[in-house]
Design a protein around this ligand. Structure first.
Ligand SMILES: [Zn+2]
Length: 269
């Protein structure tokens, strides 16, 4: 593999022009800063999402660039805990679309938004949709834990509760953080907390998926520690496997988005 620069911010403007002309996919990590229990730093979603994207784009440097992350997202339901920085829904959407619009104006016609925070999900969907209708570029969004291949690996590693053990500051996220920066994780403070009260049509799990009923209560009403899941089952070894699977899945999506036939509109009036 040739060593190409793939960090968008490290490119010169002529290199940006070349990257767009080479039809590289612009990969944008989007996450948030919020509480992740007593054992994990508040930058968990950002660090994990950026790590997955960096590994993926490094591997696909001939066909993608890594845009600096959108660090702040939608976390108003977390504000009872110290730490979160939350952006209003409309502001967040318009900010995301403006990032995509700028990239589209520079010639990037394929954009992959990689989200690392569950509550950003509806917003990155809308950002991708608005980018399509407002800019003419094709934007798509994915949660990195839902990238192809990740679920299979995660389920094969799972030792936590089959629904609810992998949610937030959980076996999944804690494992990846341990693989990246074990010095920042205090496993002596990790606690299992499965308190989201699943009911007939409501449950939530990053890997096993959610029930049909979509809702989000204030985090302090559903978790005492800020944890949702079981971080005591986390390990760096699991984290490395999850990281590798997620990066591989993102590469697959980069290629799929890049290969997609340009859509041609027809006005039937
Ligand atoms: Zn998280």
């Amino acid at each position: 593999m040739t060593h190409q620069k793939y960090h968008y911010g490290e490119l010169t403007w002529p290199e940006v022009k070349e990257a767009a002309a080479a039809r590289k996919v612009a990969v944008i990590p989007v996450a948030t800063v919020e509480d992740h229990g007593p054992h994990l730093p508040i930058d968990t979603d950002v660090r994990l999402c950026v790590a997955v994207c960096d590994r993926a784009v490094a591997f696909a440097a001939d066909r993608a660039v890594l845009v600096p992350p959108i660090n702040h997202g939608y976390s108003p339901h977390h504000m009872d805990f110290p730490g979160p920085i939350t952006i209003g829904a409309e502001t967040f959407i318009r900010y995301g679309v403006d990032v995509c619009r700028s990239l589209a104006q520079h010639g990037f016609k394929r954009i992959l938004i990689v989200n690392g925070h569950g509550s950003n999900t509806p917003f990155v969907d809308i950002i991708a949709r608005l980018t399509v209708v407002e800019t003419g570029a094709l934007a798509a969004a994915v949660n990195y834990w839902a990238a192809p291949g990740v679920r299979e690996v995660a389920e094969s590693l799972r030792e936590s509760d089959k629904v609810g053990g992998m949610n937030h500051a959980c076996e999944f996220e804690t494992s990846i953080y341990l693989a990246l920066r074990p010095d920042l994780v205090d496993m002596s403070k990790a606690v299992r907390e499965i308190s989201h009260q699943p009911t007939k049509n409501y449950w939530t799990d990053l890997v096993a998926g959610d029930g049909p009923l979509v809702m989000m209560e204030h985090w302090s009403a559903i978790s005492d520690s800020g944890v949702m899941g079981d971080p005591t089952k986390a390990s760096a070894e699991k984290g490395e496997l999850l990281l590798a699977a997620a990066a591989k899945g993102i590469v697959e999506l980069v290629d799929e988005v890049r290969a997609r036939r340009p859509a041609v509109r027809r006005d039937h009036h």
